[in-house]
Design a protein around this ligand. Structure first.
Ligand code: SF4
Length: 375
């Protein structure tokens, strides 16, 4: 709804407007909106405006299942710093809402723009799958989502999942308080890829204290998985208002944490320490990209798969970098198939010579074995 030229009488809590030379703010209310009681969202203006332009990409409607973040621990995260409490709409009401929008606008594509998928995304996926509409949607979720849940999401129409990957070094993930490991990251990407879901992801580099070995680990693993990697983007670490690194900088070895200097140009002095989003700190990050830019993923399809050619003959097709084919023995095949789910070395029960051979062919990544697990 455009407010241009209209008199503003009532504005929502937390919003500000200008009246002549005065800025008038309506203070935040301390209570949350009950998402269950909200009316269906009104996308009429957006849809008609979008359709009046010749955009090539199909229209997507943005919806939220919940607000805030139920995990709420990641050390770098400044999302919801002022209202972290998590609240969500019921599965029934959510599906009713997207069905209403589908019917009203003849649109089936949705972006669920939650900070993080609800803890029982499996229940929501079942409710979406039970709808007569063939929805296609995306959502962000934690990388330790079990494979069975990722399969449910695929059945319910998930086409893109943004996993909170951040790093391929378990020690960095632990310091970030992500609650995930390198193995979780690989397994979630792998399962999503297997069921046909695209998974672009971010790597958050230069987290305070990240060592050269940890950086090498992330680079190395990222380089080994172009077949699981639709698009990886790198974002250097920043301090945002409200994130744990801003609230307790000394725990992360940071000093002189203060709002970025450009705020002195933007805000009167009394507001400079109120929620300004970007903060400076020392020691400064290197601001140097660590991840080599990916080749255009459409140029060649990166694959790593076993093809059986007869009862005793198998090959590995490896097009991750160039096109390679390895003939493998039945024993090697059995080890690789067994490695499809995580196993300890004892469970795998294969010789060190065999493992070294598979590592040499880069069919088993050394870095992942060093974490105490096999991919
Ligand atoms: S990064 Fe995601 S999971 Fe972590 S606290 Fe922020 S919103 Fe929650």
């Amino acid at each position: 709804m455009s407010l241009i030229g209209k008199r503003v009488k009532d504005i929502p809590a937390g919003a500000c407007y200008r009246s002549g030379s005065r800025i008038i703010c309506k203070p935040e209310e301390d209570k949350f909106v009950d998402l269950e009681q909200l009316p269906f969202p009104d996308f009429d203006d957006f849809v008609s405006s979008y359709r009046s332009h010749a955009f090539k990409s199909p229209i997507n409607l943005s919806m939220e299942v919940g607000r805030g973040c139920w995990w709420g621990k990641c050390a770098f995260c400044g999302f919801n710093s002022l209202c972290k409490d998590y609240r969500l709409i019921s599965d029934r009401r959510f599906v009713e809402t997207i069905e209403y929008l589908a019917q009203r606008h003849n649109i089936l594509n949705f972006q669920f723009v939650d900070n993080i998928a609800p803890p029982r995304i499996d229940k929501l996926a079942k409710a979406i799958a039970a709808s007569p509409y063939d929805f296609k949607w995306m959502i962000s979720l934690r990388a330790n989502t079990p494979p069975a849940v990722i399969q449910l999401l695929a059945k319910a129409g998930a086409k893109h999942l943004f996993f909170g990957i951040e790093s391929f070094s378990t020690s960095v993930l632990t310091r970030m308080k992500k609650g995930t490991t390198l193995l979780d990251n690989i397994l979630s990407l792998k399962e999503a890829h297997r069921v046909g879901i695209h998974t672009p992801y971010f790597l958050l580099t230069q987290f305070p204290g990240e060592t050269k070995t940890e950086v090498r680990r992330t680079k190395e693993v990222n380089r080994l998985i172009p077949h699981l990697n639709m698009l990886s983007l790198e974002s250097p670490f920043y301090v945002n208002y409200g994130c744990p690194t801003q609230q307790e900088p000394h725990r992360y070895g940071l000093e002189h944490v203060s709002p970025s200097p450009f705020y002195t140009w933007l805000l009167p002095k009394e507001y400079r320490f109120s929620p300004t989003y970007l903060w400076d700190y020392s020691p400064k990050s290197r601001r140097k990209p660590l991840i080599a830019p990916l080749q255009d993923p459409t140029l060649h399809e990166a694959k790593l798969e076993i093809l059986d050619r007869g009862p005793t003959s198998s090959v590995v097709v490896d097009t991750r970098w160039t096109s390679l084919e390895y003939t493998i023995s039945q024993q090697e095949r059995d080890v690789l198939i067994a490695c499809d789910t995580p196993k300890s070395l004892e469970e795998l029960g294969c010789s060190n010579t065999m493992l070294k051979l598979l590592m040499k062919k880069k069919l088993i990544p050394k870095s992942i074995i060093l974490d105490g697990n096999l991919l």
